[in-house]
Unconditional design. Structure first.
Length: 100
């Protein structure tokens, strides 16, 4: 039996602009928990946080709230407790990015 566990934002899932910038937006709920993003600080669950993904030193490092340290990975794992599923999404690119 098929089970819906993720969906793109209706009407604006993918946005592109000149210069190569692109966005991918998905529907999220409070029952979802986010893990991964590479070498990041703070709590294991990254819900309600924003991460810049780029290979650089984090200026003014704060062990609980800073962006990624040296190793970033444009991948995250979502655990949705209400649906009873976990899944991962990998953005296969080497450019700077933001996970929000």
């Amino acid at each position: 039996e098929w089970k819906k566990f993720a969906s793109d934002l209706p009407l604006s899932a993918y946005k592109y602009e000149e210069g190569g910038r692109a966005w991918h937006t998905m529907v999220h709920s409070t029952s979802q928990y986010y893990y991964g993003h590479g070498e990041v600080s703070g709590k294991l669950n990254h819900s309600n946080r924003r991460f810049r993904l780029e290979c650089r030193d984090a200026m003014g490092y704060d062990a609980e709230n800073s962006d990624t340290l040296y190793k970033h990975m444009p991948m995250y794992i979502t655990r949705d407790n209400s649906a009873g599923v976990s899944y991962g999404i990998l953005y296969d690119h080497l450019t700077r990015g933001v996970l929000d």
